[in-house]
Design a protein around this ligand. Structure first.
Ligand SMILES: Cc1cc2nc3c(=O)[nH]c(=O)nc-3n(C[C@H](O)[C@H](O)[C@H](O)COP(=O)(O)O)c2cc1C
Length: 149
């Protein structure tokens, strides 16, 4: 059975909601999935799973959420060796448009820098995730499932 870890940083709860929703859809398809907060994880946790998903909102002019930023510092010490990875980014266009959902490309760049293989374009959630719970979130997760099982 394919094992998946979702590690997320979330200050206001939106990213947590997306991470848990993706996990629920994966579990429905009998994928083994663990969901962990970034502040309770280390980069080495990624090595224990077949597929890694990292999720972060964007804060402070195009930066990762604070706990995810700290977590990502450990990424330079591990070799993901072609491990299948996917990224979830959140943001809101009411902040500077040039940094809209900048967390997604930041995470992708760091994962590929560590040797990870990005499976599909990032799930990008703009504004509240609530309106996407029955839309792009299950749609993206189905695409992911087709690639990993
Ligand atoms: C102080 C602050 C700065 C933000 N900066 C950005 C930004 O640069 N780019 C962006 O797309 N969204 C930005 N956002 C929006 C958040 O990424 C968005 O609200 C997200 O859903 C929060 O996720 P969370 O509830 O998991 O913490 C910012 C929000 C706050 C409160």
């Amino acid at each position: 059975m394919t094992s998946v870890i979702i590690i997320y940083g979330s200050t206001g709860g939106n990213t947590e909601m997306v991470a848990e929703t993706v996990a629920d859809f994966l579990k429905e398809k009998k994928v083994r999935v663990d969901v962990k907060r970034a502040e309770q994880s280390t980069a080495k946790d990624l090595l224990k799973y077949d597929v890694c998903i990292l999720a972060s909102p964007t804060y402070g002019h195009g930066l990762l959420q604070e706990h995810m930023a700290k977590f990502m510092k450990g990424i330079k010490d591990i070799d993901l060796k072609g491990k299948p990875c996917a990224v979830i980014g959140l943001g809101d266009p009411k902040y500077e448009m040039q940094y809209h959902i900048e967390s997604a490309p930041i995470l992708e760049k760091k994962l590929t820098g560590a040797g990870g293989k990005i499976l599909l374009p990032a799930l990008r959630i703009s504004r509240t995730p609530v309106m996407h719970l029955k839309g792009i979130i299950p749609h993206w997760t189905k695409q992911l499932i087709n690639l990993i099982i």
